[in-house]
Design a protein around this ligand. Structure first.
Ligand code: FE2
Length: 284
């Protein structure tokens, strides 16, 4: 049984989201948040901090409407800012224009400071910055993360300039998923994909490559009887993980050993579903 770990510099590359109306979403992602368009096709828009590749977010228009059913899928995707002052600038922007966005909350996770908002399709987003790695507390391979209130006033005082765009160096730091079963999630993200389980909290598991706190989190907070993910609904279509060519070969071997179905795509990537039908693309 393969148990090789994903390489330490593997990371989330991009999130592909379905939205009901591209123009409405661009009002938010481009005009309010400050993302720039890298390219546009008839049905999709690709966004990055400076309008140059690589893109971080792809938006595709979907005709499918949300229902009241609970599906596996995205809890939030998380945009990682390079420096604390960037988060401070973003916070000031948010508080000045609070009428244009739904704010879900603010948290201090010890390893990071985070702001939670929602896009026009109710897609959960976290905007965050990490604290210095040297301050993270590790014990037996697990990192300590808290759910403390954010020092909003202290952060605001660190603002240096008006926000008009994401700084270069902004990445997708992690994705946090609603799943139906944590053991299945652990099997897929840890045993198969090779991420380490770095933390647990009530109803949630966290996974990372290298010495990061988490690139992927999974929770059962919607319940264990939720429907599989539906990649046509507004929300997550799929997310991509960047890996090396060598690890891709290891991974394909593991997928075959475990009879996990995957599809080879034309651009050196593969598409695979977790046990809740959440679609993950691995790119080398
Ligand atoms: Fe998160």
């Amino acid at each position: 049984m393969g148990s090789s770990q994903i390489e330490p510099d593997a990371k989330i590359d991009s999130v592909h989201l379905n939205v009901c109306n591209i123009d409405q979403s661009l009002q938010f992602y481009e005009s309010f948040l400050g993302f720039k368009i890298v390219k546009k096709t008839s049905s999709s828009v690709f966004l990055s901090p400076d309008g140059k590749p690589p893109y971080l977010i792809a938006l595709t228009e979907t005709m499918t409407k949300n229902t009241s059913a609970k599906n596996a899928g995205l809890y939030h995707f998380a945009i990682l800012l390079p420096q604390r002052k960037d988060l401070a600038n973003f916070l000031s922007h948010l508080l000045q224009h609070g009428d244009k966005v739904r704010i879900d909350g603010f948290s201090d996770h010890l390893v990071s400071e985070a702001i939670y908002i929602r896009d026009p399709n109710d897609i959960g987003m976290e905007i965050y910055c990490d604290r210095e790695k040297s301050t993270w507390e590790w014990e037996d391979g697990k990192v300590r993360m808290t759910l403390d209130p954010l020092d909003i006033e202290g952060l605001q005082n660190d603002a240096t300039q008006l926000w008009d765009e994401f700084p270069v160096g902004t990445t997708i730091g992690h994705v946090h998923l609603h799943v139906s079963d944590l053991a299945n999630a652990k099997f897929f993200y840890s045993e198969i994909l090779g991420f380490k389980n770095t933390a647990s909290m009530k109803g949630a598991l966290f996974f990372a490559a290298g010495d990061y706190h988490h690139h992927i989190a999974t929770n059962i907070w919607l319940g264990t009887d939720i429907l599989p993910a539906n990649s046509h609904l507004p929300g997550l279509d799929y997310f991509t993980i960047k890996i090396s060519h060598d690890y891709m070969l290891d991974l394909i071997k593991k997928l075959n050993e475990h009879n996990v179905y995957f599809t080879k795509l034309e651009d050196n990537s593969i598409s695979v579903f977790d046990q809740d039908k959440i679609s993950v693309h691995l790119i080398s």
